[in-house]
Design a protein around this ligand. Sequence first.
Ligand code: URA
Length: 218
Amino acid sequence: MSDAREARLGEAAIAAAACRKCAIGYERRNNVYGEGDPFARLMVVGEGPGETEDELARPFVGRAGRLLDRMLLAIGLPRNDVYICNTVKCRPTLPGPNGPRNRAPDAQEMENCRPFLEEQIAIVAPEVILALGSPAAKWFLGNDFAITRMRGRWYIGPRDTPLMVTFHPAYILRQTGGQIDGVKRLVWDDLKAVRTKLDEAPACVVETVEIRQGTLFE
Ligand code: URA
């Protein structure tokens, strides 16, 4: 059963790697599809790969990724137990004197990549989704989403999945002085809400449905 999900994710990753709908599809080194437990109860969605991710073809493996790992561990979730991906699978860049610089994905890039993330959500069928930062929040909730005012509440995401939005770990890393603790406290509240939601949710339901489909209808 686990193999079936893994195989579907593997096939989808191959399709994503072949995509050249956007210019960044030609500019990136690697397609960064996503990784983690195909049966993860929590899916974490960031905005897009940065330089290290582009180099290693893995999501959230740079400085922000190391902070994300610690944030997840703080609520009892080792990285390998969750599924981590992004709204876009190719690194969006701007030219710079010392080489390309990261930028946020634009609306068209996010739309072009939308079917890949929709498919990931359908395959993994997480019980809870955590969107990190404004671009990821807008992917789910529309362009009017204002993260400072609207994070930290439960929304209904794709497939009726409870969706929490919090600040991106890169945003936490950009804070200075006294602001760091304030932002960290807000993120901690959001993470605790995710933990509580997972503790409330019946962990077995997704598995039961999968078993029935796997044995009777596939
Ligand atoms: N920031 C993101 O949004 N995604 C990554 O994979 C890495 C950094």
